[in-house]
Design a protein around this ligand. Sequence first.
Ligand code: GLN
Length: 363
Amino acid sequence: MHIPTIGSALRRTIVTAVLALAASACTAGVATDHAQAPAARPVAAVAPAPGAEPFQALVDDAHARFAGVRDGKNADYIPILATIPSELYGVAIATRDGRVYTAGDVDYRFSIQSVSKPFTAALVMQQYGGPEIIAEKIGVEPTGLPFNSKLALEIHKAKSVNPLVNAGAIAAVSLVKAKNEKDRWQLVLRNLEDFAGDPKLPLLEKVYDSEYSTAFGNRGIANLLFNSERLYSDPEEALRVYTKQCSVGINTVDLALMGATLANGGVNPKTGKRVLDETSVPELLAIMLTAGFYDESGRWSFDAGLPAKTGVGGGIVAVVPGRFAIAAFSPRLNEAGNSVRAQKAIRYIAGKLGVGIFGANGQ
Ligand code: GLN
């Protein structure tokens, strides 16, 4: 190219055009970032226009598409979970501005189980002034092992591995700053209620009794952690409060709103209450991406590309940061303890919308 031969007027025109193009690209980039970023500004300013995304149609479609799936089976190591009707199946999306789209059995209250784990980790982050406490006292490495693994405790000797497996979740409960056991439980429960925007979530007493009376493995884990100074309260107290935490009853809409609170940068979209500092949300979502599905976390990230958390009660919630959450519930689980239908429904919706955080994941 012979730039020097271009007349100065023409050169000015080209430079102006290039600058204008660059400026418009920047503006477009900023706009996109605003749409994706956790809420730092009024929700309405960044939320998609009502009806802009086909959420209701997709929720209906995902529900219908997998309603016939019979794969997997209810958890039964907590005896009462085997008695929950396996056919139950609900799907919901909650947006960062509090709109909710549902299909199926979304009012049925099931036990939150391990879906509670990231939310109690969030409480610990709040109490200790940020996410570093989790890395320091619990750990953030995925185990590649089942959620109740004792082997993981030996492999990851220095830490109780991460707050989304049983060991790390019991440790997170033990880290909650509380005056006594009752206070610890109230703080944990209130935090789950704040995330759901529901002032009164029930403790499902029968689930608690069923799990606590058979919690020999988790008791072993709590004692092993305590023995190696990786548990920060009395082990039996931590075990009881952890088991109560897992026995809290939620429905699929609660679950979607809990996720939407994370999508909304830590502010509950229904109540407007800040539950988690915006600066802690990325770290929490990172742990959910790498460990939310236990030893299937790699496959889940590969398939859906979204931070998510599962529970043996059959619930799963996935977060599309800065935008919305997709929740689903169905009791039949696969080998890793993750709900088969809930997983399929969420992955289907995420795939259709192309909202994986690294780009659109294929179907
Ligand atoms: N309460 C259950 C347990 O401790 C939670 C496990 C889960 O949901 N994956 O085993």
